[in-house]
Design a protein around this ligand. Structure first.
Ligand code: MOS
Length: 742
């Protein structure tokens, strides 16, 4: 291992793994409470208009149905839209569930039925009769994009499109080798294994414990407090285990609001689980329409780059992603033009999905680089190397590290890229056309933009406890935090106990942007340093250990003296003598001064082989090699699983995933796993992950860059480029389905 640590850098298995596979890890819908009631949501049949009448008589007559809540009879909720603001939402007015009779999107929740059991609630929901008055709506981005607009207010955490530089028009006009093309990327819907679910336990006296599927317990806590009028201290939100989220749980889902509304109304405990179909009514990755133009000289050096995007957003909020910026920083170029605009459709507000912005923007850039390579007659990998840059030209800042050249070299070698023949349709295996494609990937290396905290405790039972309100959405956060604490004290990982996913624990922002390992990880390391100081202090006091200031230190599980290492007092003796566990808290702050001096990104190189049946057009991903440069890797096993998961999502984006909206109804029609395709086992070929370790003390206190998002970036382009190499067809619309290919 590059860092030679005792625990950090070791490929250890998840410390929560056995809890998960034995059912001891409880998810939001698995908590029970005395007298627990069950809720089901009634979804709007129409896409836009208003409710004229609600007839709940039949539903209420059903045995077991207790109440039907609608905008007409719900308890008081906040009217002011800012009460519904969460910490990560975009500019605009958030959707207010059951607030009024207006319908803003298909499948909007319009009523909640509460029953003694799940069946009563579900059947009751089917019996609520609603009369609507329909209005004209628009859900088609291809129509809405005729009225694009630039977002007025930026979104926190998203970089606005940079200022254009140089003179794109003149440089492009003068260039001999150039390409320009239009791309479209489909809307994708979140389908994590765990459905949106909330169990609200009524503790009495307007006090609740909310088990919720979310990426941020304290974000949901604040939202419920404001929107539903609870005292902050009376709302505890727990998300100790999360069955996948990928961005869907960054903002509070309307299910959390509705379950809590029902509990507040009835003063009872309530559980609400959305159906798989209702998962399509929360948020989605915005569909985009993009244009890209690239020009180079005969040596392949970029002379001009232009990247433009129109992305879908809702009527009420300006969702934004970082889509076009990458075209200005991935390669060296002086003449670059950017344009990022939105267009409004009558849908829920789109939201983040793994590598938001880069997943679609870098895809288009990397497909265009491939097209330019063919226009210039240069190997696609070679073209990228000829445009190498180690400076963020958008912000005119040096990079803290960029080991992407090593990614290209190692992945290319592993893949066997040198054996590739340049021309399309030149490699085949019987009936199958073989295609080899590649792409580069880039994503931000963030540290959380707000202070992030962790607490560590040396307990009297001899365990080292780590606690933070961070969420582990399945990424391995429990494990890496245990490794960091174990490393700090030189104790086995098994001695560390980690508590996460609870709003009562030290403050953490939502788990997103791939910032948690760097931010919460550093907070744990700092807390460990402070805990050592506290233990030494206690040792001086309890055991009269002498020595100058600094002469005593913690070594493994004892305090020792500089001169007399034999005079050691174990940490267990110290806490026993102190009569209490000893605790310290650490905080990671965003490095604002550093951010003015340098920029940080995580990089990748992805190589893909596809087989395309020449007659049927069936595309199979045979193998993918992904090399990742993400600073110091805390755990190659859990990090490797992140990359594999990202690659699988990339296969989905390239070949399978798309929301199919029938614009006559304004409704997503394929809202089931039968019709909304995600890659199944047979769709996923061999995946190989290579980590190129970087020593980068400037990116974050532990030298860590996140790996949650980068695994996806570039995968879709590598596959699309492989499809071109196999077939000679450049499909500029994802997913690349058979009908587009033949
Ligand atoms: Mo990630 S899309 O920031 O959860």
């Amino acid at each position: 291992m590059a860092d030679g640590g005792m625990a950090i850098g070791k490929p250890i298995s998840r410390i929560d793994g056995s809890k998960k596979v034995t059912g001891q890890a409880l998810y939001a819908a698995e908590y029970d409470a005395p007298g627990l009631l069950h809720a089901a949501v009634v979804s709007s049949r129409i896409a836009k208009g208003k409710i004229i009448a609600i007839d709940a008589i039949e539903a209420l007559a059903l045995p077991g149905v207790i109440a039907v809540l609608t905008h007409e009879n719900r308890p008081h909720v906040a009217a002011f839209r800012y009460a519904y603001k969460d910490t990560v939402g975009p500019p605009g007015g958030p959707f207010k569930p059951l607030h009024d009779g207006k319908i803003r999107f298909a499948d909007q929740p319009v009523a909640v039925v509460i029953g003694e059991n799940y069946e009563a609630a579900r059947d009751g929901a089917a019996l609520v009769r609603i009369t609507y008055e329909e209005e004209a709506f628009e859900t088609d981005l291809d129509v809405a994009k005729a009225e694009p607009f630039k977002p007025k207010l930026p979104r926190i955490g998203v970089k606005p499109a940079p200022k254009s530089r140089g003179d794109f028009d003149a440089a492009f006009a003068a260039a001999a080798i150039k390409i320009s093309a239009a791309y479209e990327t489909a809307a994708q819907h979140h389908n994590a294994m765990e459905l949106f679910a909330t169990t609200v336990v009524w503790e009495g006296e307007d006090k609740i414990t909310v088990y919720d599927k979310t990426q941020g317990s304290q974000n949901v806590q604040l939202y419920l407090k404001q929107a539903l009028g609870f005292k902050l201290k009376n709302v505890r939100v727990v998300n100790a285990f999360v069955g996948g989220a990928f961005g869907s749980g960054l903002r509070p889902a309307h299910s959390a609001f509705l379950a809590t509304l029902a509990a507040k109304h009835l003063k009872r405990s309530v559980r609400l689980v959305l159906t798989r179909a209702q998962m399509f009514s929360i948020t989605y990755r915005a569909d985009t329409r993009q244009e890209i133009a690239l020009a180079c000289d005969a040596d392949g050096r970029l002379l001009a780059v232009r990247h433009a995007c129109v992305a879908a957003t809702s009527k009420n909020e300006d969702q934004q992603e970082t889509v076009v910026n990458w075209a200005g920083l991935a390669y060296a170029c002086e003449n670059v033009a950017f344009d990022y605009q939105l267009a409004r459709v009558d849908t829920p507000t789109p939201g983040d999905m793994r590598a938001p912005g880069a997943a679609v923007g870098v895809h288009v850039l990397e497909c265009a680089m491939d097209e330019l390579a063919y226009a210039a007659g240069i190997d696609p990998l070679e073209l990228r190397l000829r445009n190498w840059v180690e400076h963020d030209q958008n912000d005119n800042l040096p990079l803290t590290s960029k080991a992407q050249k090593a990614c290209y070299a190692q992945a290319a070698q592993r893949f066997g890229w040198s054996e590739r023949s340049f021309g399309p349709r030149t490699m085949r295996d019987g009936q199958d056309l073989i295609g080899w494609g590649m792409a580069g990937g880039v994503w931000d290396a963030f540290v959380a933009p707000v202070p992030t905290r962790a607490r560590v405790t040396w307990r009297r039972d001899g365990r080292l406890e780590v606690a933070a309100a961070a969420s582990d959405i399945g990424t391995g956060t429990y494990t890496i935090l245990a490794q960091i604490a174990a490393e700090a004290f030189g104790v086995p990982v098994e001695q560390v106990e980690v508590w996460l996913g609870d709003s009562t624990l030290p403050f953490n922002p939502v788990e997103g942007g791939s910032w948690m390992a760097a931010s919460t990880g550093a907070a744990v390391a700092r807390a460990c340093d402070k805990l050592k100081v506290a233990l030494v202090k206690a040792a001086r006091k309890q055991f009269k250990l002498r020595g100058r200031k600094g002469a005593l230190s913690v070594s493994r599980d004892a305090v020792i003296g500089e001169a007399l290492p034999s005079r050691a007092v174990s940490l267990n003796e110290i806490v026993t003598a102190a009569g209490q566990d000893i605790t310290a808290t650490g905080t990671t702050l965003p490095d604002l001064a550093g951010q003015r001096k340098h920029a940080s990104y995580v990089h990748s190189a992805v190589f893909a082989e596809v087989r395309v049946d020449e007659d049927l057009g069936v595309i199979r991903v045979k193998r993918i090699v992904s090399a990742i440069a993400a600073g110091r890797i805390l755990n190659p096993k859990t990090a490797g699983s992140q990359i594999i998961g990202g690659v699988v999502m990339g296969i989905g984006q390239a070949l399978h995933e798309e929301a199919q909206t029938d614009h006559r109804f304004g409704k997503v029609m394929n809202h089931s796993f039968q019709d909304y395709h995600i890659p199944a086992n047979a769709d996923v070929g061999a995946i190989e992950v290579i980590f190129v370790q970087e020593h980068d003390p400037d990116v974050s206190p532990l030298g860590v860059k996140g790996v949650g998002e980068i695994g996806l970036v570039g995968v879709t382009a590598a596959i699309a480029n492989a499809v071109f190499h196999a077939t000679g067809k450049r499909i500029r619309s994802t997913p690349i389905t058979i009908d587009k290919l033949i």
